[in-house]
Design a protein around this ligand. Structure first.
Ligand SMILES: NC(=O)C1=CN([C@@H]2O[C@H](COP(=O)(O)OP(=O)(O)OC[C@H]3O[C@@H](n4cnc5c(N)ncnc54)[C@H](O)[C@@H]3O)[C@@H](O)[C@H]2O)[C@@H](O)CC1
Ligand SMILES: Nc1ncnc2c1ncn2[C@@H]1O[C@H](COP(=O)(O)OP(=O)(O)O)[C@@H](O)[C@H]1O
Ligand SMILES: [K+]
Length: 501
């Protein structure tokens, strides 16, 4: 159930379901019934229902819901955008089966009404304007409980963007699988609570469609999740090196180190400039500290081949020294997490980094920008769309650099250069706190150190990070996150049925 289908893929699912024997009108009847059931689940017949229907199949679902709710004793007022004679296919059939009156677009919503929003769904092609926009604003200003059919009207199913204006729903009933617009912001907020109804599309259609996008759930990466083995030892669980900043900025590296350790790396070392050795060493008993100044210092530590993952950026400082250190690391055939200052340092010269990454395909890079960092390093690449088209931009950046890209936010997006992508929806808002990203870089590195492939490790790391935050709850500070991983791991292992002895 975790695949995400673009609007085009969803139309294909519909087509394949019809080819395999389910008539289109049956899909629409099932969709309309699911919507009527959603109204019935929470509200008795005493509340009037206003169905706002559009000119396409989304409106068709609305006609079915209106008919069924009427049969179940609700007082239903159906309003149609456009002319009933212009309805086509399933929508025309659904309208014929509806015997109640059909009114014009509404400009005011009576108090206490429940609104079924069947104006536009997957077929929204342009900004909402005119009569439709007036209805949207009347609905939003009324405070009515809105049940959206498939998508809140005005939300783009592929991007989650608001096209002109959009209805704010309390709940959204979608069909078969979610679309990216249900999880990406701001779409997710406009959807309210989204439920998925089975309308008779067989899941076997996915074998033909082969969707590349999914929700970031354990089902995507659990098969590659590292489970400690009885015969294992600390060296078989990998060694992560975290490059620290100078005396006044060691906190970030220490947070990353703690994240890597709790994520299960066998060994974690902080590479520290001389002036910060004492503070780094005093802070953490299980983490080792080695002296290393700049690129040369790092190279000398990396002569130890057991170090298999390197974190560069958190608190590391912006400028030529950081650039040189990153470039040196890229040539060393390791897995690197490039975060924060390691990315910002290339803000003026991103191609230097990208060329180096391309020239060293034996190294694996995971770039973990937030939106600001993403814009700084990718906006200069002509082929990369603006960060407003987040999904497309992240995918293009991954493809262009041959690296795993994690675009952090409330709806973190992760892409692999091979085109697979996941979107996360489990991060609570209080996770947005100083240092949370540093811990995340550590968790991802800790998983990579144990041999988990980069894309899956990044997805798993983001998921664990979100779960750990929920485990802590409001009031969270970054230091809490590594410590909260233990109960999350315990639950995950139980779910995976992992045998730990
Ligand atoms: N598996 C599926 O694909 C199924 C789809 N169904 C429904 O079908 C919907 C998709 O149907 P359609 O492809 O007909 O698309 P929609 O009904 O979402 O919208 C398309 C119609 O709206 C018009 N339109 C688009 N943007 C507009 C704007 N900004 N202002 C004014 N008019 C605009 C188009 O000209 C077209 O007439 C889904 O959202 C879902 O509700 C269900 O019936 C069941 C099965
Ligand atoms: N509104 C939000 N809701 C949930 N999580 C968020 C939100 N905004 C940011 N985050 C998460 O918080 C973390 C912040 O990381 P980052 O921006 O690198 O901050 P820092 O550099 O201070 O550690 C990321 O994991 C990001 O996905
Ligand atoms: K809708």
């Amino acid at each position: 159930m975790h695949e995400l289908l673009t609007t085009k893929e969803m139309a294909e699912a519909d087509r394949l379901a019809v080819l395999r024997g389910t008539p289109s009108i049956e899909l629409m009847e099932n969709a309309g019934r699911a919507v009527a059931d959603a109204v019935g689940a929470n509200f008795g017949t005493i509340r009037p229902v206003i169905v706002i229907a559009g000119p396409g199949n989304n409106g068709g679902d609305g006609f079915v819901a209106a008919r069924l709710l009427g049969e179940r004793g609700y007082s239903v007022d159906l309003r149609l955008l456009g002319d009933i004679s212009k309805l086509r296919g399933g929508a025309a059939t659904a309208a014929k089966r509806y015997s109640g009156p059909v009114g014009p677009m509404i400009a005011e919503i009576p108090p206490g009404a429940i609104v079924v929003d069947a104006l536009f769904g997957a077929g929204l092609t342009r900004n909402v304007d005119g009569e439709a926009a007036v209805a949207v604003s009347a609905i939003n200003n009324s405070g009515a409980h809105v049940v959206a059919v498939d998508l809140p009207s005005g939300i783009n199913g592929d991007t989650g963007a608001v096209q002109g204006t959009a209805i704010r729903a309390a709940e959204t009933v979608t069909f078969f699988r979610k679309k990216p617009g249900h999880v990406l912001l701001p779409g997710r907020i406009f959807c309210g609570m989204t439920t998925i109804a089975d309308i008779g599309i067989p899941s076997s259609v996915l074998q033909d469609i082969r969707p590349r996008l999914a929700l970031n759930q354990p089902s995507r990466w659990a098969h590659l999740f590292p489970v400690p083995r009885v015969e294992g030892h600390k060296y078989s669980r990998g060694h992560t090196l975290v490059v620290s900043g100078g005396l006044s900025s060691t906190g970030a590296a220490r947070l990353s180190a703690r994240g890597a350790l709790r994520a299960g790396a066998g060994l974690v070392t902080i590479a520290s400039p001389r002036d910060a050795l004492a503070v780094n060493a005093a802070s953490n008993l299980a983490v080792m500290v080695r002296e290393a100044e700049g690129a040369e210092g790092l190279l000398s530590l990396l002569s130890d081949r057991r170090i298999n993952t390197v974190i560069l950026g958190p608190g590391g400082g912006i400028g030529p020294q950081m650039r040189a250190t990153v470039m040196a690391a890229v040539r060393q055939d390791r897995t690197m997490i490039l975060d924060a200052d390691a990315l910002t340092s290339f803000g003026e010269k991103p191609n230097e980094l990208f060329t180096e990454l391309k020239n060293h395909p034996e190294s694996t890079a995971i770039l973990t920008p937030h939106e600001g960092e993403f814009s700084r390093i990718f906006s200069r690449m002509s082929k990369i769309p603006s960060v407003k088209q987040k999904l497309e931009a992240t995918q293009a950046a991954s493809h262009e650099t041959g690296s795993v890209i994690l675009l952090k936010g409330a709806d973190s997006i992760i892409f692999s250069p091979d085109g697979r992508g996941v979107i996360s929806e489990n991060a609570p808002p209080y996770l947005a706190t100083a240092g949370a990203g540093d811990v995340l870089a550590g968790i991802i590195a800790g998983l990579c150190a144990q041999g988990m492939p980069a894309f899956e490790a990044t997805a798993a790391g983001v998921w664990l990070h979100g779960e750990a935050a929920s485990e802590v709850g409001p009031g969270l500070i970054a230091e809490d996150l590594p410590e909260a991983l233990r109960p999350v791991y315990r639950r995950l292992y139980a779910e995976l049925g992992a045998v730990l002895s």
